[in-house]
Design a protein. Structure first.
Lengths: 927, 486
């Protein structure tokens, strides 16, 4: 036996420690489900990825079985009596006893560990890292299947997933609930698929439809609705940490709404999920990327920026990269990777340096925490598209690389050299942390700038005074050879710009020829302008760039003027994007000692953690392909778990953010794997087909009514014994109210809007930004379009648990607070909507109004008891306001439509009643 | 409604959504606290026999008032008296001090700047306090100074985030959230964590400075507004009286009661409790926020003028709040960033103005808490997010028109009072120029650990499981500053 062990040990070592041999069938204890949880709970905080007390760690197999500081291994497979790992659990000596200075393990836990060692201490892999397989559907005995097949005895199950649910229920002695009523079903389905409640007409139509596939027709109708994309984009916004502002301090605006439009369109087009991932992670690296491919990469440009004066751009560039790494892992892989930034993963087998190997995939994009969010895709105005075409025509016949670099310049104005590249300031400084500002006789150095033979210099500058500033560029040092003498003045700007003599965006963009220099060079820039006062800035430089020189005949033509005009033209809109550095700008990636960017350690190359056994992944695109590829064990599991959570309120594995060994194990792993397999292979990652599969199940169509007995046994509905009666998202709560009021704008996409919001919410320092209520229908758009400011998100979103989007958020933890009650009762948005709603029913008496309103909202008749309670309130209100005309008018004036009807007290009563209906459980929960 | 509450108590065992959430998230203090979370939501008082989730074994403080002077006040004009620095006023800063150092705005070699205030020793303790703070000078014997504070963040937003969330990056829960998560509220009609801002602006770190991060959003700070309604949406719409509101809540709850009988969802019962609580808050919040009923001598003491957006008003509000059982009151006062780029941003005139706005109210707060017997159980913390340089700022390499100092991370002063701290004490010392701490060096994490300690919370075991890791306010750092404890 020993020899076998030795052999295996050598083999394991030979495979770098990642050789997991199969578990022999006769074992009674399973590592992943029985042993690992005990280790995680009791041992690993001292013997894991952070600390390795006594030289003993339980994180990796070879460490666990290897020699400890004592010189002997702590675990001797097959020999618990020789394993101090086991013996010290029994020790009476407090210095020896494990867990050290903590309560002893339970006898049961000790038994599991002892048996595990006795059976050979076989290692196992956490479920989520095991390859995804298609579990067989637990359809029960063969005769039942036959009967079911020939239709003699049809069970509760509607499709395969139901068998998994039912199977798990049976193990707990549970049974499913009845089917929900048609109205409940339609409201649930509509809220789930498009985020909106059905209209009164839709309820009626469905109610009347007696055809066998009536429900399926509704599913198909909703899946085709353009509002489908809006609902699922809402989910994605939290994962993408989408925001219309940059985050820190003044929290200024960022134009990135085209990314949101991209996500909406992707869901509406039923884009395959792996393609969706690929475009977002690496759209810029696809062959001939389209505008949409570039916009998709804004996914990772939703990181925060810090524009605060005096901040170190490299610090916040690094912070953004780390965030991209963590977000990629959390949102797409359900793995908490952030821990590994400082040390090896405390619980899961991922090593410290593997974090940085992974970071290397993201560390070479052009963005550098620049206040203008460079690099960004310039969505040209119609009138500038012709210029682009002409320029391309001019370039035809030039070498491919030359064309490529100029086209990059036209579209992105990249690769820019930003002022923060400068050092050795003499009589000059970084002004406002953005621009290079110099005075007469000032100079700066740009160290090791990639020149690579490029001999066309583009400068964005502002000459501050009437007299020109003379710029001398020298090679190496202040006294080095002169490379160029340049006159910077107002004549630099586009001579075709109208009106003449005006700055374009305040900046002049101009080209200058330079000698061709190889490789990287230090350049010293010296500025002279004797006409400015000693403490006056003579010129500011926004950025500069080097381009390959085009032949003289092209230089002499209109090419340069046109290029200058296109580069200086203000685009229709811009979107920050990922843009991979040209090779000469490549940054090395180093391990940060204890996670601090100020302590760079050894350089590392791109790779994914060894546990995934994937090698040779070269770049971001290959990484995206791997994440969306068939060998990735996590992607489909994590995705279907998320979709499930959207429909059922809780994931099959509850911790959406972490399916690692410290996350909660899936309550029904067969179901999760079945769904993941279906999603990946049967539905080819198509969200619509997958969602249809789930909502067509009997599981989904259950009523929320449940017996006390079942509730007691399954209090949290983890076994899906009933319909998912969970609170709606803040988006849905506001949207449905606007919808009921007849206010909701159907406009799809576009820039963010500002609905009604109380004054004084926006109060960030140094910021001139104002909340300006949008005009017309834009104040009643879906909540997805509400302007998102990180330092002050929209109040309803804050009250109802939406987070701030500073970082990605995998699940919103639902709370139940008085602030939520106050929000729906008193927020002017809900008051206004209530009045608009009430005005739709001018003729009805109180009782009929209550019945009709309830029926229209929920598609169901209201119970007599509820009517009674509401009618009592209604009558009281009508009587009160009839005797209080002043209050009546004050209240009615809150609505823009303030025409006063014949019986104003009735309108107030109806409005207050509508608002009451907005607040009841039926409204804020899914049925 | 009593019957309803009775039922709620009985159903408490079924209030399992959160329980489950807790049990699933882990054990220990976090779970313990979260187990009573429903109580702190104010579902019913019977469910909330003691809001203290952590028995106060060693904590003397029940609540905290954190006075954050946003922008970072100059310790060199207020508390850290450096006569030697005065001698070298205008001389070039020694090269070895600035070599390899990064500053927010100082470039090249700046000149030293002597203290622009007159100092004297105050009280029995002999604390050096400048003439900028004459009122506080009379309270010197109540205060314990931390003169050796340091940080590693030299920009406002990250430094404020570090101070309040234990991380310079966005996304972590704030100290007040942690504390309300751990200790709950003593008054179920008021939020346990309230935030008051003055100086016309929110702090640079924005709402994240009182956000709940990955803790449930009920623990986020509730910002009281100086204009409009005191708390967002607490006021009924025009024409809707409190009685009308009560009637509407009764109607909502009557309907929900029926729904509860049908579906038996414990969340419905919890929600009914929240509507009751909302109604109570509608009177208790404006009440606590109303200082107009305070006697004249109190207004005289604080220098308060009802209806103004002023730091003094906020100090009085803070006293009222802790009196009412609010656990954590966070004040921010904006405008302490004395770079010397303007008169109001100078360390002489400008800083003095900020002191005029705050000095009297702060000392009033100490006096008032003491006379009410609350100082022992209320921890006061005063300070900024970092310190200021002993050098005159030379932004963009040129001299400023006014005396000003850049952001400084190596040494700054904070002070604490009450809540179990040692009165009339000073800990930590800087070198002769006030550049670095020479002994008694204390980090932001140490301060946080100490604040938690004063509340009876052991910072290393007070964790919340998130993303597979037990997070804590002090990350992996922090030591309680024992010498300053009484």
């Amino acid at each position: 036996m020993k020899q076998v062990w030795l052999f295996l040990g050598i083999l394991a070592a030979g495979f770098g420690g990642y050789y997991f041999y199969d578990r022999p069938a006769e074992l009674t204890v399973d590592y992943s489900t029985q042993v690992k949880p005990i280790l995680n709970k009791n041992c690993i905080s001292c013997h894991g990825g952070v600390k390795k007390q006594g030289g003993f760690s339980l994180l990796f197999q070879e460490e666990a079985l290897g020699k400890t500081k004592s010189g002997h291994p702590a675990i001797v497979p097959f020999h618990p009596e020789k394993s101090s790992f086991i013996q010290r659990l029994h020790s009476q000596n407090p210095e020896e006893k494990m867990p050290y200075q903590r309560p002893a393990l339970s006898p049961e836990e000790v038994k599991i560990l002892t048996t595990w060692v006795k059976e050979g201490a076989h290692w196992g892999e956490h479920w989520a890292y095991q390859p995804l397989q298609n579990p067989s559907v637990p359809k029960g005995s063969w005769w039942k299947q036959v009967l079911s097949f020939v239709g003699i005895q049809s069970g509760w199950e509607q499709n395969d997933l139901d068998y998994f649910v039912r199977d798990a229920q049976k193990t707990q002695g549970l049974s499913p609930a009845d089917k929900a009523s048609k109205a409940e079903l339609l409201r649930r389905l509509s809220l789930d698929l498009i985020g909106l409640s059905p209209s009164a007409q839709e309820f009626a139509d469905f109610d009347k439809d007696d055809s066998k596939d009536a429900y399926e027709k509704q599913v198909d109708r909703l899946l085709k609705s353009p509002q489908f994309g809006e609902k699922w984009a809402s989910m994605w916004m939290d994962l993408a940490r989408y925001s219309d502002t940059k985050g820190y301090e003044k929290d200024d605006g960022r134009t990135i709404w085209k990314y949101r439009d991209y996500v909406i369109a992707a869901f509406n087009q039923d884009k395959a999920y792996n393609q969706f991932i690929k475009e977002q992670l690496a759209g810029d690296l696809l062959p001939n990327p389209s505008e949409s491919d570039y916009v998709a990469t804004a996914f990772h440009r939703n990181t925060t920026n810090n524009d605060e004066g005096g901040t170190e751009d490299e610090e916040f560039r690094t912070a953004a990269i780390l965030d991209r790494v963590n977000t990629t892992w959390e949102t797409l892989q359900g793995t908490s990777f952030g821990c590994v930034q400082c040390h090896s993963h405390p619980y899961d087998p991922i090593r410290h340096e593997e974090y940085y190997k992974f970071m290397a995939f993201f560390n070479n994009t052009r963005d550098e925490d620049i206040p203008d969010d460079s690099p960004y895709y310039r969505h040209f105005k119609e009138k500038d598209l012709g210029k682009l075409d002409s320029l391309k025509t001019f370039l035809r016949g030039q070498p491919a690389q030359v064309q490529k670099e100029w086209n990059l310049m036209f579209r992105f104005v990249e690769p820019k050299i930003h002022p923060h590249w400068a050092d050795q300031f003499d009589n000059g400084a970084l002004a406002d942390n953005k621009y290079l500002a110099v005075r007469n006789s000032g100079s700066v150095r740009f160290k090791a700038v990639p020149m690579n033979g490029k001999a066309e210099l583009l400068i964005a500058c502002k000459n501050r005074g009437p007299a020109p500033t003379y710029l001398t560029i020298r090679q190496g040092t202040k006294t080095g050879p002169v490379l160029a003498r340049i006159k910077l003045d107002t004549t630099l700007q586009d001579k075709y710009a109208k009106p003449k003599g005006q700055w374009v965006n305040g900046w002049a963009y101009a080209f200058f020829p330079m000698p061709s220099l190889p490789g990287k060079q230090d350049l010293v820039w010296q500025f002279q302008n004797a006409k400015t006062k000693p403490d006056e800035t003579t010129v500011t430089i926004g950025f500069w760039a080097m381009l390959p020189r085009v032949p003289e005949n092209l230089r002499a033509s209109e090419f340069h003027t046109l290029a200058q005009r296109l580069i200086s033209s203000a685009p229709e809109v811009t979107t920050p994007v990922l843009l991979e550095n040209p090779s000469e700008f490549t940054r090395p990636t180093r391990v940060f000692t204890r996670g601090s960017w100020l302590n760079p350690g050894p350089q590392v190359a791109r790779d994914v953690p060894a546990i995934f056994k994937a090698s040779g992944i070269k770049d971001r695109l290959a990484l995206a392909n791997w994440i969306g590829g068939k060998d990735n064990p996590l992607t489909a599991r994590v995705a279907v778990n998320r979709f499930w959570e959207q429909l059922f309120g809780t994931g099959i594995a509850e911790t959406l953010e972490d399916v690692g060994s410290q996350g909660l194990a899936p309550v029904n792993q067969g179901l999760l794997d079945h769904l993941a397999y279906q999603f990946q292979y049967t539905f080819n990652y198509k969200p619509k087909a997958f969602l249809k599969y789930v909502v067509m199940s009997a599981t989904y169509q259950q009523s929320a009514l449940v017996s006390d007995k079942i509730r007691e046994k399954d209090p949290n509905n983890r076994y899906m014994t009933r319909g998912p009666r969970v609170r709606l998202s803040p988006e849905a709560i506001r949207d449905q109210v606007l919808q009921w009021a007849g206010l909701l704008s159907p406009k799809l996409g576009g820039p963010s809007v500002m609905p009604e919001q109380p004054d004084g919410i926006w109060n960030a320092p140094y910021s001139g930004m104002q909340w300006k209520k949008s005009d017309g229908e834009d104040q009643w758009r879906r909540s997805l379009y509400t302007y998102w400011r990180r330092s002050s998100p929209y109040p309803t979103m804050v009250s109802f648990d939406a987070g701030t989007r500073d970082v990605c958020l995998s699940r919103r933890i639902r709370t139940n607070t008085p602030m939520q009650a106050l929000n729906i009762m008193n927020d002017p948005v809900f008051i206004e909507a209530a009045q608009f709603f009430a005005r739709k029913y001018p003729e009805l008496d109180g009782k009929t109004y209550i019945e009709k309103a309830y029926q229209d909202m929920f598609g169901l008749p209201i119970s007599a008891k509820k009517t009674g309670a509401l009618l009592q309130f209604y009558d009281k209100m009508e009587a009160y306001y009839a005797g209080h005309p002043k209050e009546t008018l004050a209240f009615l004036r809150l609505c823009p439509d303030n025409t006063v009807p014949a019986k104003p007290s009735r309108l107030v009563a109806k409005t207050l009643l509508a608002n009451t209906l907005f607040n009841i459980d039926e409204s804020i929960n899914k049925p | 409604m009593n019957k309803l509450f009775q039922e709620a108590i009985e159903k408490e065992a079924l209030l399992a959504t959160r329980r489950h959430f807790l049990s699933s998230l882990g054990t220990g203090i976090g779970a313990l606290a979260m187990g009573s979370f429903v109580g702190s939501c104010g579902t019913q008082s019977a469910n909330n026999p003691s809001s203290l989730k952590i028995p106060p074994h060693f904590g003397k403080a029940k609540s905290v008032i954190f006075l954050h002077m946003a922008g970072a006040p100059s310790q060199l004009e207020l508390f850290d008296y450096k006569p030697v620095l005065a001698k070298f006023d205008g001389k070039e800063c020694p090269k070895e001090l600035i070599e390899g150092k990064k500053f927010a705005f100082i470039r090249g070699i700046p000149n030293l700047l002597g203290p622009k205030a007159t100092f004297a020793q105050r009280g029995q303790a002999g604390h050096w306090i400048s003439d900028h703070m004459p009122h506080l000078a009379t309270q010197a014997d109540k205060i314990t100074f931390l003169k050796g504070m340091y940080t590693d963040q030299f920009n406002h937003a990250p430094a404020q985030l570090l101070m309040h969330t234990g991380s310079a990056r966005l996304g972590r829960p704030s100290m007040g959230s942690w504390v309300s998560y751990g200790l709950g509220s003593e008054n179920e009609n008021l939020p346990s964590f309230m935030v008051l801002a003055s100086g016309g602006k929110n702090p640079d770190a924005g709402k994240s400075a009182w956000g709940s991060g990955f803790l449930p959003s009920i623990y986020q700070g509730v910002q009281c507004r100086s204009a409009g309604e005191p708390v967002l949406f607490i006021q009924n719409p025009a024409g809707v009286s409190s009685d009308i509101r009560k009637a509407s809540i009764d109607a909502i709850n009557a309907v929900n009661q029926e729904t509860y009988h049908e579906f038996g969802d414990p969340e419905t019962i919890a929600r009914m409790g929240q509507y009751e609580m909302a109604y109570k808050m509608q009177s208790s919040v404006p009440e606590v926020m109303d200082i107009s009923q305070e006697p004249a001598y109190i207004h005289e003491l604080y220098g308060t003028k009802p209806g103004e957006e002023a730091f003094a008003n906020n100090c009085l509000l803070a006293r009222k709040m802790v009196e009412q059982g609010v656990r954590f009151v966070q004040l921010f006062d904006w405008g302490w960033d004395s770079h010397g780029t303007s008169k109001s941003g100078s360390v002489d005139w400008g800083l003095h103005q900020k002191c005029l706005e705050t000095d009297r109210a702060i000392s009033a707060l100490l006096i008032d808490l003491e006379q009410r017997g609350l100082l022992e159980e209320t921890l006061i913390v005063w300070g900024g997010e970092f310190g200021r340089t002993p050098m005159q700022e030379n932004r963009e390499g040129k001299a400023q028109d006014f005396f000003g100092r850049d952001h400084h991370t190596d040494a700054f002063t904070m002070w604490l009072a009450g809540g179990g701290t040692k009165p009339g004490f000073s800990f930590g010392e800087t070198d002769e120029l006030g550049y670095s701490t020479v002994n008694g060096k204390t980090s932001i994490y140490d301060l946080q650990a100490t604040i938690l300690h004063c509340l009876g919370i052991e910072h290393e075991s007070f964790t919340f499981p998130f993303q597979g890791r037990n997070f804590r306010l002090t990350d992996v750092f922090g030591k309680v500053i024992n010498p300053i404890l009484a």
